[in-house]
Design a protein around this ligand. Structure first.
Ligand code: AMP
Ligand code: ZN
Length: 495
């Protein structure tokens, strides 16, 4: 498997630190609002990376944080007159709902910054001890970038260049810095902000330190993959490398993966420009699987433009796959029913078995032509795997799935052997599942369908066909519908 490593700027062969295991950390969202579809891109992309590793037999320890202490959270809490934790807990819960809708698997661990303060204090302490950090007059602790000659290795920036760029910029409140490139590890509290005790001042952590600490605690000093959106390369990930490598004395992450941006109207999607959609808004118009399918239709490192047309195209593409799988499921059911009939016929010694066999259902094994088609399907599976092995090229992997769908549509029918039908169905479902694409549509009964069933039950009762009325009631009950016979008629509700 090859992965494009931002650190070396080239594709490298993936060699895990420990055979058969992948330790992976993905920077998660700051929780002060519903997540937008830009935030959903790294979630979908790296969930797919995780699923593919699992498909290849790796055991993946996947850690993704929630940043739950930040200016934006504090401001929102002040606006609402509540504690910052009320805001962050609310939006963590909402984010988890969106993740479930997008079929993003929960991480092995979802740590939260505010619950990891102890580890942050310890790492900051180590950095001060080793001379990589210093305390300014007001109690702010800064990382000393000059103490780490490799600073800039991820973003390919040179420290001198950075310094000259910063020379003119003086940030108020940061006068205590030795060097403009230095960054905050710990800062004093401001009025009304959440704060923690520390040896340096009552205050709160800088943003970058949380990820170094959580990665260390849940994955260890050295990890295989660290990932996030490309906007995080500098300064966030650059700073994480500096903190972790200086504190632990070991290389931090072996492979750095970054997803491209999701744009709207070819412009950067941003909350300040107001051109963004939340995942929740999209879920009101589309099945969120369409959004997931849309995200995977492009390579993860390419910029991706969100548009109604592309979403429509994704919706149609997804439907094409689902229709094919639905047809295969139907053929499978028919084959099973026919096999049952054949068995019964066999016992009775009549012609039913012959009839079932002529329909293809009784054939235990595949025909030669089917075997040839299976060989072609296996080539497509290999094509899918080659695409995914090549830096997770989901766009080409999706094309391989479409080719399988085409093969299925043109070769599977009532005359196919059950083995062939099952092979196609299982293969398409498996490859879709690796991408987190659900092929089976859960059919939620519509109000009109339920009302029609209730009407049928009433008619059965009128005709004194109580057995049928009970049967309908049973079906409704299995669907989670509770009936209540009242004076005004039958009322119903979902359980
Ligand atoms: P934030 O809450 O801003 O820290 O973002 C959480 C994750 O979403 C980070 O990995 C960001 O890089 C990523 N992200 C934010 N906006 C976009 C976007 N428009 N396109 C792709 N990724 C994004
Ligand atoms: Zn991070």
């Amino acid at each position: 498997m090859k992965i494009f490593n931002t650190l070396s700027r080239r594709k490298e062969e993936f060699v895990p630190l420990e055979p058969g295991k992948v330790k992976m950390y993905v920077c998660g969202p700051t929780v002060y609002n519903y997540i937008h579809i830009g935030n959903a891109r790294p979630m979908i992309v790296f969930d797919t990376v995780r699923r593919y590793f699992e498909y290849k037999g790796y055991e993946v320890n996947f850690v993704s944080n929630f940043t739950d202490v930040d200016d934006k959270i504090i401001n929102k809490a002040l606006e609402e007159g509540v504690d910052a934790s009320v805001i962050s807990e609310r939006f963590i819960a909402e984010c988890k709902k969106d993740m479930a809708g997008l079929n993003v698997k929960p991480a092995t661990t979802h740590p939260q910054a505010t619950k990891e303060i102890e580890g942050m204090l310890a790492m900051i302490h180590t950095l001060i001890e080793k001379g990589h950090a210093y305390v300014a007059g007001d109690g702010t602790v800064y990382f000393r970038t000059e103490s780490f000659p490799e600073y800039g290795k991820l973003s390919h920036k040179n420290l001198d260049e950075l310094q000259s760029g910063f020379r003119e910029i003086k940030v108020t409140g940061e006068e205590g810095k030795e060097d403009p490139n230095d960054f905050v590890l710990w800062k004093p509290k401001k009025e009304g902000e959440p704060y923690w005790e520390s040896p340096w001042c009552e205050g709160r952590p800088g943003w970058h330190i949380e990820c170094s600490v959580m990665a260390k605690r849940y994955l260890g000093d050295e990890i295989d993959i660290h990932a996030g959106g490309e906007d995080l390369i500098f300064p966030h990930h650059e700073n994480e490398i500096a903190q972790s490598e200086c504190a632990n004395g070991k290389p931090f992450a072996k492979y750095w993966m970054h997803n491209g941006f999701l744009n709207i109207d070819n412009k950067k999607m941003s909350k300040s420009l107001g051109n963004f959609f939340t995942v929740r808004e999209i879920s009101e118009k589309y099945d969120l699987q369409v959004l997931r399918f849309f995200m995977l239709s492009a390579h993860y490192r390419s910029p991706l433009n969100f548009s109604a047309d592309l979403m429509e195209a994704s919706k149609n593409g997804l439907e094409r796959i689902r229709t094919a799988v639905g047809k295969l499921a139907e053929l499978q059911q028919k084959a099973q029913a026919a096999a049952g009939q054949a068995a019964a016929g066999n016992a009775a010694g009549d012609g039913a078995q012959a009839a079932a066999q002529s329909a293809g259902a009784g054939k235990a094994s595949m025909t030669a032509a089917e075997q040839e088609n299976v060989a072609a399907a296996k080539d497509l599976v290999a094509k899918y795997e080659a695409a995914m092995d090549d830096d997770f090229n989901t766009a080409d992997a999706v094309s391989a799935i479409f080719e399988l769908v085409k093969l299925s549509n043109s070769t599977a029918d009532e005359n196919s052997s059950p083995a062939y039908v099952s092979y196609l169905k299982d293969t398409i479902e498996k490859l879709c599942d690796v991408m987190g694409i659900v092929t089976e549509v859960k059919h939620e009964a519509l109000d009109s369908e339920i009302e029609a069933m209730i009407q049928a039950r009433q008619e059965a009762r009128k005709a004194k066909n109580y057995a049928l009325a009970d049967e309908i009631r049973g079906k409704l009950s299995a669907m989670g519908i509770i009936l209540e016979d009242t004076r005004e008629g039958v009322k119903w509700k979902r359980a």
